[in-house]
Design a binder for this molecule. Structure first.
Ligand SMILES: Nc1ncnc2c1ncn2[C@@H]1O[C@H](COP(=O)(O)OP(=O)(O)O)[C@@H](O)[C@H]1O
Ligand SMILES: [Mg+2]
Length: 433
């Protein structure tokens, strides 16, 4: 293999596929031995060499067609001719610079330097690369297994520590976003972390069972399915005025003035230890002016229809209580499949606000997995949640197949980006930091 040229941050390598195999994704070392420097490049495209001479040869062979031509050439020449015709290019991105001195080999950021054409080109062992990059499992106190590398099947892990902050997973439908998210989730659970999953397709609770025999998996008790309106309901005293009024104003769009009136009724009921959904509604109907009553009851009716609130403490849960059940690590998986928009919006906003409150009281950081977050997080709420949760040390993992829907603020603040194949230039543009 030889380095042919450099264009921008890419190099073109030429190789004979008969002797060497190169695939997209492979890492390759280009080493200038005398200088003690080199490059680590990664193949991003393979193609055939199309030199003018080869093209002419192909066209000539094609156009001759049926005519029989006898050529007299030594067999080695024929082989050489064939080899030249079949030579391949590999386009590769320069990822890192390699330094070799008496202390050994080390890898750093690329300085812009390039080796000359005499440089030695050889494939890189993925174990070696992971060691040089400092990303081997042994290096991490809290490793999370992601899977294996594509070609040489080497175990690939990351540190749970690096998931603190914001992780964005983007790619087309079916490319493996949820798959990798589930690996991250199980890894976090193994590291005794706990948190919440907004499960838009009802695909996380199946991890409670083994895929092969349907018997309980080691995660059976650590993955707690919550179904809003069924086994996930809250009382108003638990939800509290701050969360309730934030949600009814932002998610349900109740105007400020009406919220103010309702808040007075709430405070009054709370003082008399009488706060319930029914009492709140009755108080509104009995005391409020017709002009604002409609606006309030319409919202309360919509909230009631989601069945998320209950006046019976025996039917209600608290998030703290559920989190206590997974002290040793686990996830509360909130099933949002087939739920109407009101329910999804209300559940997400209530839970996020409540979690913020819990964290602000000093609860240890947790994780939040949000599948297709743009479907239920409105702009302002999303920005707000991201910023606040981040300060509280929470692990936020957002997955989407429409990257253009991700808020710029979220992208700017992202710590990790898991990027699958994207074809639309505007998607790539949008997600680029
Ligand atoms: N790395 C992988 N190894 C094995 N199976 C995978 C892998 N990534 C994805 N899959 C499978 O491919 C299918 C689609 O993946 P999924 O994660 O649901 O895609 P997405 O969430 O991006 O739409 C699933 O059945 C999943 O189990
Ligand atoms: Mg998915």
């Amino acid at each position: 293999m030889q380095m042919f040229r450099k264009i921008g941050d890419e190099v073109i390598l030429i190789y004979n596929p008969r002797n060497e195999s190169v695939e997209v994704g492979d890492s390759i070392k280009v080493l200038d031995k005398s200088a003690g420097r080199g490059l680590i490049v990664q193949v991003i495209e393979e193609s055939l060499v199309d030199l003018a001479g080869i093209l002419e040869d192909i066209i000539r062979t094609e156009s001759i067609g049926e005519i029989k031509v006898e050529t007299y050439a030594p067999p080695e020449y024929e082989k050489y001719k064939l080899d030249v015709r079949n030579m391949k290019f590999a386009r590769a991105k320069i990822r890192k610079e390699l330094k070799v001195d008496d202390k050994g080999e080390s890898i750093g950021d690329w300085s812009g330097w390039v080796p000359d054409r005499s440089a030695e080109v050889s494939p890189v062992d993925e174990d070696w690369l992971m060691e040089k990059l400092g990303i081997k499992k042994e290096f991490f106190k809290h490793p999370i297994m992601l899977g294996e590398t594509k070609h040489s099947k080497k175990a690939m892990s990351i540190s749970a520590f690096h998931l603190q902050g914001i992780t964005i997973i983007v790619g087309k439908k079916g490319c493996g976003k949820s798959h990798i998210a589930k690996s991250l989730l199980l890894g976090l659970i193994d590291q005794k972390a706990k948190g919440i999953v907004f499960d838009i397709n009802d695909e996380y609770t199946s991890m409670r069972l083994n895929a092969d025999d349907n018997q309980p998996s080691p995660y059976f008790d650590r993955i707690i399915p919550l179904d809003p309106g069924v086994n996930m309901r809250f009382t108003l005293p638990y939800i509290g005025a701050d969360v309730f009024f934030d949600v009814i104003q932002t998610t349900m769009g109740l105007p400020e003035a009406s919220a103010y009136e309702l808040r007075n009724l709430w405070d009054d009921l709370e003082e008399r230890n009488n706060l319930s959904f029914e009492n709140l509604r009755n108080a509104a109907e009995n005391t409020l002016d017709r002009r604002i009553l409609g606006a309030i009851t319409r919202r309360l009716d919509r909230m009631q229809q989601t069945n998320l609130f209950s006046d019976d403490p025996n039917q209600a849960i608290t998030l703290e209580g559920k989190l206590n059940d997974i002290q040793e690590g686990g996830a509360l998986v909130i099933n949002l499949k087939m739920k109407n928009k009101d329910t999804v919006d209300l559940v997400v906003q209530t839970v996020l606000r409540k979690i913020q409150e819990i964290l602000e009281k000093g609860y240890s950081p947790m994780f939040i997995f949000a599948e297709e977050a743009h479907m239920y997080l409105r702009e302002t709420n999303w920005d707000d949640a991201v910023t606040r949760m981040r300060h509280l040390g929470t692990y936020q993992i957002y997955m989407t197949n429409t990257p253009t829907e991700i808020r710029p603020l979220v992208i700017r603040q992202a710590d990790n980006l898991v990027l699958f194949h994207l074809t639309e230039p505007e998607d790539i543009q949008h997600i680029s930091p």
